[in-house]
Design a binder for this molecule. Structure first.
Ligand code: TPP
Ligand code: SF4
Ligand code: MG
Length: 347
């Protein structure tokens, strides 16, 4: 007589989905590319928090990094735009429907070279968007030319030296008003996951600069964006622990070194200070710290700046709650009297 065993129950998250529902297509990027690890952290973070994938909109530009939204959140909406122009597409989509959670994935070339102008305008608007820069210092897709984030003096595999100073995306974000600025490393699973989860809860733009080595073109001695260089020079300013509202707070950090930041949705971020002189609420000293440590050759990581209660672009523009595609003709086309009233007020 044969007995059949019931299969073990499948592991699901708080909305009953398996992790498979948060995955995408099979990656076509190089084996070992940092961008693949970032996709994995995105899958885990959205699964762990039980985000409804069909309420997520993914955006990207052009590059190996910009291909990666195809490899996570396959049930979400997606728009792969033009090189360096993702911010304007994400802004339009965000304004048209404020009920979607936006995530943009971009490269250092996409953001800091061709897309710099678009990035600067995104920073001053505080659009609710998780903006992940997969930063490898080169144009991976077009075979390894230096991008605008390559450090002065860093070397290509061919021996060519970079003789221009870099744009530091975190310093730019701090200077131009971003309300959430973080840096991580694709090889630091725990830190990157905690930063992504915090960004999901943040009310506004979250800029996350992730050093993500390109194993094909920028992972050799002489590169400052290689796995070995970042591991040897990584200076985390804090250690993060993120809890959604309903989770019990278990204190695993020594008292006195921990700061608690409550997000607008009631979730809690706990920060353990590693650099005692570092204050993640002081924009100016965050900038100074970043630049001083960069001059010393260090890669500063962690949550660099957060302002939890700043209004977002919807607050400034007083946008409608309902998505534009759910409004009827009468709401979208006001009568001529409404135009007359408007012209009187704005004459
Ligand atoms: C308007 C335009 N200019 C140039 C290109 C060629 N191009 C494609 S990807 C790319 C750079 C991508 O670099 P990055 O954003 O750093 O992404 P990575 O491939 O390194 O992840 C360039 C220059 C293009 N596709 N469109
Ligand atoms: S070329 Fe570089 S950036 Fe592109 S997939 Fe390969 S390792 Fe990644
Ligand atoms: Mg790049």
């Amino acid at each position: 007589m044969s007995t059949t065993m019931a299969p073990p129950p499948k592991k699901t998250n708080r909305i009953g989905l398996e992790v498979l529902s948060y995955k995408g297509g099979k990656t076509t990027l190089c084996a070992g590319c940092g961008h693949n690890s970032i996709s994995e952290r995105i899958v885990e973070s959205f699964y762990d928090l039980g985000v409804e994938p069909w309420k997520v909109a993914k955006f990207s530009g052009i590059g190996c990094s910009s291909k990666s939204p195809a490899y996570f959140l396959g049930l979400s909406h997606g728009f792969n735009s033009v090189h360096g122009r993702m911010p304007s597409v994400a802004t339009g989509a965000g304004l048209a429907n404020r009920n979607m959670l936006g995530i943009g994935v971009t490269g250092d070339g996409d953001t800091a070279s061709i897309g710099l102008g678009q990035f600067m305008h995104l920073l001053r608007r505080n659009l609710p968007l998780i903006y992940v820069i997969e930063n490898n210092g080169v144009y991976g897709l077009t075979k390894g030319q230096f991008s605008a984030t390559a450090d002065l003096g860093s070397k290509l595999k061919t021996g060519v030296l970079n003789d221009l100073p870099p744009f530091d995306c975190c310093s730019l974000a701090l200077s131009w008003g971003a309300t959430f600025v973080a840096r991580s490393f694709s090889g630091d699973k725990k830190q990157l996951q905690a930063i992504l989860k915090t960004a999901i809860a943040h009310n506004g733009l979250s800029v996350i600069d992730v050093i993500s080595p390109c194993v094909a073109f920028n992972n050799h001695p002489g590169s400052t964006k290689s796995f070995d260089y970042v591991r040897a020079h990584n200076e985390a300013v804090n250690q993060l622990d993120f809890m959604v509202e309903r989770e019990a707070i278990i204190a695993d950090f020594a008292p006195g070194t921990v700061e608690t930041v409550t997000q607008h949705d009631g979730s809690v971020l706990r920060l353990r200070k590693l650099a005692t002189d570092y204050d993640p609420h002081d924009r100016i000293s965050a900038l100074t710290h970043l630049q001083q440590r960069h001059a010393a050759g260090e890669v500063v990581t962690g949550l660099l700046f957060v302002e939890a209660d700043h209004g977002d672009l919807h607050t400034f523009l007083d946008t409608v709650e309902r998505p534009l595609n759910a409004l009827g003709e009468a709401e979208l086309c006001p009568p001529i009297e409404a135009l007359d009233r408007y012209n009187v007020v704005h004459r």
